[in-house]
Design a binder for this molecule. Structure first.
Ligand code: MG
Length: 389
């Protein structure tokens, strides 16, 4: 049984190593919502909410999650006793509809508490749960391959130069953010500079409209560049148009924003909207949904990979644990800490080896990283404490 006794919620403002340009704008400083969750047996887990400042990627934001956690989710979680971490999602789902990023924050924290209770690394707890569902036996991967996402650049030449630098640094997969008019020539330049063997993908973050002739023609032209996938070209809530588009393209479509839970993957499979899934546990309500999606995709021959949400080293630990599962067959957005932060909030920053891999921490229980609490205190701009009645 796991009984949450106390939760400290904070917002920190963490400076980024470089501004990140997406179709939605420029991000220079990451506002991050963190929880420090303690249970009645004295175990503590840090966890992170993936929501951003503005409702551009998702309807949820740092502020909406702060409200949802304070008013509904933490009071509900503090009221319950959980037989296991797998029970948290059901319990919260019954009390709070939607708000999946906010729910995931506490749900994933309870998985970390369970792994501490059992003296096991988080990755092993997740593999055990997934294997039981798939009726197989496996061990987590020891390393996960990592790709890098490059923001929209001013010119095709500068993007191509940057891509070459990242290939020399060891990255196995380069993902380019694209938007209408910053697409075909940019991809052409990168493909010709990195050569045919590097795995290239593009991510449109919902910025195309297939009813627009020039948008559709640009997307069709991308078929010429041997892309591994085109991520989320159309609107987040439009699986039907993605299915129509997938029938026109030879490049697999990957869905990101559209996948909010296991049910949306079932709809995707029925409609034929995509052939790959970008699975971010913090977006789908946490690990129980993530494991259901992983297993459903494994059964259906659909590869999954773990995208990034500009997480600190805390959120990254949860992503690395999940990405150690069997059906994560594509490299994840799991760049080392230094890619994002001049100074991460974990004591030992995440590193990538010369082969573009991140090591899964399998030598200790829990999430495998220690939080630099003094630094977190310095960065904190608001804080609230919740205790069980
Ligand atoms: Mg994406």
């Amino acid at each position: 049984m796991i009984k949450i006794a106390r939760v400290t919620m904070r917002e920190i403002r963490l400076p980024l190593a470089e501004p990140f340009v997406t179709a939605g704008g420029i991000v220079e400083q990451r506002r991050v919502l963190l929880l420090e969750v303690s249970d009645a047996d004295g175990f503590t887990a840090w966890t992170e909410c993936v929501a951003e400042s503005l409702p551009e990627y998702s309807p949820e934001t740092v502020d909406s999650c702060w409200l949802a956690l304070s008013e509904w989710i933490l009071p509900a979680a503090l009221h319950e006793r959980f037989a296991s971490a797998a029970a948290v999602d059901h319990a919260l789902e019954n009390r709070v509809r939607g708000n999946r990023m906010a729910r995931a924050t506490i749900e994933m924290g309870v998985w970390a508490l369970e792994s501490s209770h059992r003296g096991m690394p988080l990755a092993e707890v997740l593999v055990e749960y997934s294997d039981a569902a798939l009726n197989q036996m496996s061990a987590p991967r020891q390393f996960v391959e990592t790709g890098i996402a490059l923001g929209i650049h001013d010119t095709p030449e500068s993007l191509a130069e940057r891509a070459e630098t990242e290939v020399s640094a060891g990255y196995r997969r380069i993902k380019l953010k694209i938007s209408p008019s910053r697409d075909v020539e940019f991809v052409r330049a990168v493909r010709s500079s990195v050569g045919p063997d590097i795995v290239l993908t593009v991510d449109a973050n919902c910025s195309y409209n297939d009813a627009d002739a020039s948008d559709l023609s640009a997307l069709m032209s991308l078929d010429a560049f041997g892309l591994r996938m085109i991520e989320q070209p159309l609107a987040h809530d439009d699986l039907v148009h993605h299915a129509n588009l997938q029938r026109l393209l030879s490049t697999p479509i990957c869905l990101d924003e559209s996948i909010t839970c296991a049910a949306s993957v079932e709809e995707m499979l029925v409609l034929g909207s995509a052939k790959v899934v970008n699975l971010k546990p913090g977006r789908v309500g946490g690990f129980r949904q993530s494991l259901a999606i992983h297993d459903l995709c494994a059964d259906s021959g659909v590869p999954v990979w773990c995208g990034g949400m500009l997480e600190t080293g805390v959120g990254r630990a949860y992503n690395v644990a999940l990405a150690s599962l069997k059906n994560f067959t594509e490299p994840g957005d799991l760049s080392p800490s230094s890619r994002y932060w001049p100074r991460d909030i974990v004591a030992e920053p995440w590193r990538m080896d010369a082969d573009g891999r991140v090591k899964v921490p399998l030598d200790r229980a829990g999430i495998g990283v220690d939080v630099d609490e003094g630094w977190v205190d310095d960065l904190t701009v608001r804080r609230a404490v919740f205790t069980a009645k």
